[in-house]
Ligand binder design. Structure first.
Ligand code: ZN
Length: 166
């Protein structure tokens, strides 16, 4: 099934959430150096959905015809669940569409040999599947940290179920 890639721009407070959405394959522009006027201008020009926890920014953006989403929730799982509900986002990571958490480019599968001198020895000997960001060179693999990632996604799905019952 073809996944839909959504285009977002996140305000400077949403760095963590940006990484989650990129992992899930969405195109998220993020910089903590953009002011409110710039965020609104970029959202409008590039037809991005503006994500914010700043009510004033949300209202300004909406008044200017920008598609904005005012984010509720305390934990990352709660925030993600609210976005998932609103935009029907699939809460599973598919490496075929996943993006670099650092720079937003689509990651590409790479061979084990090619990452030999780029990852730690233990990682290299333990894992066989690697992905590389063609833009910034960041290497990805589904290592020990994936247990935590899956847990957060499971928690998000539970929150989403509760939200859907409301
Ligand atoms: Zn990158």
């Amino acid at each position: 099934m073809e996944r839909i890639t959504l285009k977002f721009i996140a305000d400077g407070m949403l760095g963590k959430l940006t990484r989650w959405l990129r992992m899930l394959g969405h195109n998220v522009k993020y910089s903590n150096k953009l002011d409110d006027a710039q965020l609104i201008a970029i959202a409008k020009k590039e037809r991005r959905i503006l994500l914010t926890r700043d009510l004033e920014l949300y209202q300004q953006a909406t008044a200017k015809g920008v598609n904005a989403f005012y984010l509720e929730g305390k934990t990352e799982a709660e925030k993600l669940a609210h976005i998932a509900k609103r935009f029907n986002i699939k809460l599973d990571i598919d490496m075929a569409t996943s993006r670099c958490t650092k720079c937003n480019s689509r990651v590409k599968p790479t061979s084990k040999e090619k990452v030999a001198d780029k990852v730690e020895k233990s990682t290299f000997s333990y894992y066989n599947e690697f992905w590389e960001c063609p833009k910034c060179g960041q290497i990805y693999w589904q290592g020990a940290h994936w247990t935590k990632i899956r847990k957060t996604l499971e928690a998000t799905k539970e929150k989403l179920e509760k939200l859907n019952k409301k």
